[in-house]
Design a protein around this ligand. Sequence first.
Ligand code: DSN
Length: 414
Amino acid sequence: MSSLRQTDLEIYSAIEAERKRQQSTINLIASENYASHAVLEVLGSFLTDKYAEGYPQHRHYGGCENVDVIETLAIERAKKLFKAEHANVQPHAGAQANMAVYLAMLQPGDTIMGMRLIHGGHMTHGDTISFSGKNYKVVQYGVDKETERIDYKEVERLALENKPKLIIVGASSYTRIIDFERFRQIADMVGAKLMVDMAHIAGLIAVGLHPTPVPYAEIVTSTTHKTLRGPRGAFILCRQEYAQMIDRAVFPQMQGGPLVHAIAARAVAFQEALQPSFYDYQKNILDNAQVLAGELSRLGLRLVSGGTDNHIVMVDLTPIGISGKKAQEALERVGIVVNRNSIPFDTRSNWVTSGIRLGTPAMTTRGFTTTEMKLCANLIFKVLTHIGDTAVEDQARDEVQQWCHKFPIPGIDD
Ligand code: DSN
């Protein structure tokens, strides 16, 4: 960064401030992680200078022989990791991956069915604030009010009633195992195609700690930066028969030139995920989530669906009388970063919310074990039940600083 310091002090200073913020806070944002030093190195490389519209061996530009090697490696590694027939590694982000699938599989006005945002789904699965809710006729399913788990009977009923062309599965704040086989059966009942957005749980799926959607869905989309711990970005897996449609939808229909440095960083992340140690990392994520959920619950907080099967813990703050916004702000004051999140059937706006979402991937990367996670749960509970108590907040801030010092960030501090 020494040259940046000379040429652009403002951006340099903001980046350095962000380095300090990351180093001095406990990150429990479920969709964030810390990419390896190798991934960061590739992202910052001169590969960013290369134009490469097209695909390996079919480019619209000269000088693509090295880029072809890189993209082919990324494709082959993604296929190997998820046992998929075809991979497209060019989408810039998860929303773009999903957009490309809709472009490939649907006409404007077709009916799609996805999980309601407030019940844990993603906005690109048909929410009215997203293109997906504007361009298509949308039917939304959700969780059962009692169990707060996906109501598969309701999914079936809605599918039979509305005959969607595409059923979209996947979530951003759902804590339970998703039954992809059941969704396949429902899709087959109505002749729908099945798309699974596995962004949150891709790392768990890669090592077999969550059932894989690949044999059941025609198309699977994912980001690379959540449990998968790669750079920001996305990819699409599909059966061979859809390969050409998907590739054409990504380029030239939806995107122009791919981000070669990002594709290379994805390839590095896939290779990291293929190592045996990645299983241990994912297992630690789950163990930490179990302890976080168990301890918060033991202390008296209400968890959506009563617990978790994955890396996410959803806390309903209604019983302790504070909003998600207030909880997020209080935790941030002591150095614990989380995001406020709507809970199923939430009566508060999505700006205020009744819940917070916690996740363990990032702190597990930093080396947190169940011991630290248990202490962290106790600290969270104390802060949330003493909002505005400066003595409690001061003490909590000190503890957070001690942990941050003890658990440096790989990628930044190595
Ligand atoms: N997927 C969202 C999240 O989980 O944070 C962002 O769109």
